[in-house]
Design a protein. Structure first.
Length: 388
């Protein structure tokens, strides 16, 4: 693969220039929030149960901090996928988030300003690989900045990716009934933590360096669960946004992966061709045949969902009086069908930041049942401090 050339020169003309947006057509609804947390395996009552949410600090249903990417037609990667790279494919490689405080509620209208940031080409197991970054600025109808996301996309030669697939990964692992029952117990341990904290505070004073956050487990992942994830992004539903015109072939996607995903003209003619689940760059997530053409052994989950899992895991632990203020997530491997996802984190520092917030810094890790690293990074979480 060392002789392979990846031509990224077309990217240069787009850096620093905003990418056209695809605004949502109606205000967000509470059911949009409910659909999202259900798809993300995040059973926090704040986000779907009105009676529980009525007794919260907000007095009504509130979206999780992971929610803003729901309304973006490229789930955060538009600024990291500009310029033509011939015969290429794209995978999510990581996210960095800054959260500024405003929360999202039913009735809000979110916008996203997308600006390509930079890129670098490195040699990887896929041959020459472009690590491209783009910024997303999510705002509400009042112009308040909710969050900034710096998304990293990995762009590489599609055929080179397909050549790396190991047939040993084609088959899903088998889970016995006893193993599945034990998994449900492990899953509920984290859910019970949410219930036990309830509307209470997780005090900064009580946290010590070296503390471990409770383990979070979900899965086994399936084509059905990946499909549920996909359908929770508003742009995958016909007619939800005023779509910009995107030519996937012009971006360099191969003919069999390009298709009409997000094509606003085709959506009015034959929308079956446009939502990405069946035809387009995203089809490899649900169809092993196409997954193997771009380097994945079988159906696999969405990078944007992995970023949401990180935020939800940390925000759920922090509780409604805490907030994830910054996080870095470096993606190392996908959530494959048949595998489970295990999240852990350790407190590595405590500090008071320049804004006077009481911060806990954690190192977080996501891996599967074999110990294969899927995602790792650090995050800063603001927690309340007891009044002395």
């Amino acid at each position: 693969m060392t002789d392979l050339v990846l031509d990224c020169s077309d990217i240069d003309q787009y850096l620093g220039k905003p990418v056209e947006s695809s605004p949502i057509r109606e205000p967000l609804g509470n059911n949009d929030i409910r659909r999202w947390v259900q798809a993300m395996h995040y059973p926090n009552l704040l986000h779907y149960d009105p009676a529980y949410a009525a007794d919260s600090r907000w007095g009504k249903l509130v979206a999780p901090q992971s929610f803003p990417i729901v309304m973006d037609e490229s789930h955060g990667t538009a600024g990291a996928c500009v310029g033509c790279i011939p015969n290429s494919h794209l995978l999510f490689a990581g996210d960095e988030f800054w959260h500024y405080g405003p929360r999202v509620f039913g009735g809000d209208v979110l916008t996203n300003e997308r600006i390509p940031y930079d890129y670098v080409v490195k040699e990887t197991g896929l041959g020459p690989t472009c690590f491209q970054r783009g910024d997303n600025f999510y705002r509400n109808q009042n112009g308040e900045l909710i969050a900034k996301q710096r998304s990293t996309a990995l762009r590489y030669n599609a055929a080179a990716g397909g050549a790396t697939v190991n047939p040993d990964g084609f088959d899903e692992p088998e889970w016995s009934d006893d193993e599945l029952a034990h998994l449900e117990e492990r899953k509920f341990a984290w859910i019970k933590m949410l219930h036990d904290l309830g509307h209470g505070e997780r005090w900064w004073d009580d946290i010590k360096v070296g503390d471990h956050l409770p383990e979070r487990v979900f899965g086994p992942h399936t084509v059905a669960s990946f499909t549920t994830e996909w359908r929770s992004y508003l742009f995958t539903i016909w007619g939800t946004i005023n779509r910009r015109q995107i030519d996937m072939t012009a971006l360099g996607f191969t003919e069999e992966m390009a298709g009409h995903e997000n094509d606003p003209v085709m959506e009015r003619i034959n929308p079956e061709l446009t939502d990405g689940a069946y035809i387009g760059p995203s089809r490899g997530h649900l169809f092993p045949k196409y997954a193997r053409k771009i380097g994945m052994p079988r159906a696999y989950g969405y990078g944007a969902s992995m970023g949401a899992w990180v935020t939800d895991y940390l925000a759920g632990w922090a509780g409604e009086h805490g907030m994830v203020v910054h996080s870095i997530a470096n993606y190392r491997g996908p959530a494959l069908s048949g595998d489970i996802t295990i999240q852990t984190a350790e407190v590595v520092d405590k500090l008071i930041d320049e804004k006077g917030r009481h911060i806990v810094q954690v190192g977080h890790l996501m891996q599967n049942q074999k110990g294969v690293k899927m995602c790792l990074g650090t995050a800063e979480i603001a927690l309340p401090k007891r009044v002395e």
